[in-house]
Design a protein around this ligand. Structure first.
Ligand code: NAI
Length: 318
């Protein structure tokens, strides 16, 4: 049994952090494990970050260990068991996708170098900041001493969204559903698949599969348009689910995590790709690599792979 864990959250003065930190410190991620917290943001956010620390103190969480906050990854990544990368450069009006990719690639290059210098060799990383898959790839590239399977990116929000939509469409409880999979990029080319899914143990079809796929691909924009702000607590909740299942293991269903490909399903080696994953406990997992894919699915995987190859090219030109 783990006595304590050191967890760093980047982008700690941001919105998702504000929803995620309470989940972490109230025991909803790791259970009754003491958490030493490291909070990283940029110098401009220093005062706001101090306010977050004050609120954490004022919660008097029984599970809180020591807290450090600041803007230097080389100080804050030391001794961490897990780093949750929420921090990134936002897309500003008029900014091109290429600029956004490169700005973030620079951040993840710098943080990868910091990890390489001061990180524990068994640190686990979850990248949430967009473009999540490509940021994760860049991070891993600069932190070569850390095993590649320790790098993951978040597609659990997409998976949770897909479960919710299927449950509504079939009019079945969420608990009856298994093995809905998100393939590829956390973007509008992702492929939410029901090909291997079951409801009450039976496979099923959706009368309008095309509409379902598009709804999940564009769900982020749907929330953004309605709220005038991006998804926040649903994202924090997915971060909790991702880490909790990765840490504890999960026998009953396949999960979706972005991980570095070893060529499974013909995807380019080294891309950070969301796959069907079996979580085995203690942060161990395997990519389930023997599912039969229809031609329709194969074609969808190609589309999202191509986007990731393109993103990688843009990020590499920094
Ligand atoms: P936010 O803009 O409220 O917070 C981001 C924080 O990161 C800010 O406080 C900012 O100062 C900080 N930051 C910027 N550069 C940094 C650096 N170099 N080091 C440390 N911190 C830095 O954004 P929010 O809503 O919290 O979202 C965080 C990220 O998560 C965004 O990139 C967003 O696009 C992404 N996201 C990903 C989802 C997924 O499913 N993968 C779902 C929802 C959001």
């Amino acid at each position: 049994v783990q006595q304590s864990l050191t967890v760093c959250v980047t982008g700690a003065a941001g919105q998702i952090a504000y929803s995620f930190i309470p989940l972490l410190l109230s025991g909803q991620v790791f259970g009754q494990v003491k958490i030493h917290l490291r909070l990283l943001d940029i110098p401009k956010m220093e005062t706001a970050l101090k306010g977050v620390v004050m609120e954490i103190e004022d919660c008097a969480y029984p599970l809180i260990g020591d807290i450090q906050s600041g803007s230097n990854p080389k100080e804050l990544f030391k001794n961490c068991d897990l780093i949750v990368f929420l921090g990134g450069f936002p897309r500003l009006p008029g900014m091109e996708r290429k600029d956004l990719l490169q700005k973030n690639a620079n951040i993840f290059k710098e943080q990868g170098e910091a990890l390489q210098e001061v990180g524990k060799e068994d640190v686990k990383c979850l990248v949430v900041a967009n473009p999540a898959n490509t940021n994760c790839l860049i991070l891993s590239r600069y932190a070569t001493k850390i095993p590649r399977q320790n790098f993951t990116c978040l597609t659990r929000l997409d998976q949770n969204r897909a479960y919710a939509q299927v449950a509504q469409t079939l009019n079945k409880p969420l608990s009856s559903l298994k093995n809905i999979i998100i393939w590829g990029n956390h973007s509008t080319t992702q492929y939410p698949s029901i090909e291997h899914a079951t409801a009450d143990g039976q496979s099923f079809v959706l009368s309008d599969q095309g509409q379902f796929i598009e709804r999940i691909q564009k769900r982020g924009a749907e929330v953004l348009n309605a709220r005038g702000n991006s998804s926040v607590f649903s994202a924090a909740n997915a971060v909790k689910d991702h880490i909790k299942d990765w840490f504890n293991g999960r026998e009953d269903t396949l999960l979706s995590l972005g991980v570095l490909s070893n060529g499974e399903y013909g995807i380019q080696n080294g891309l950070c790709f969301s796959y069907p994953i079996r979580c085995l406990g203690a942060f161990k997992y395997e990519i389930v690599s023997n599912l039969e894919l229809s031609d329709f699915s194969k074609q969808k995987l190609k589309v999202t792979e191509e986007e990731l190859i393109q993103e990688k090219g843009l990020a590499e030109s920094i």
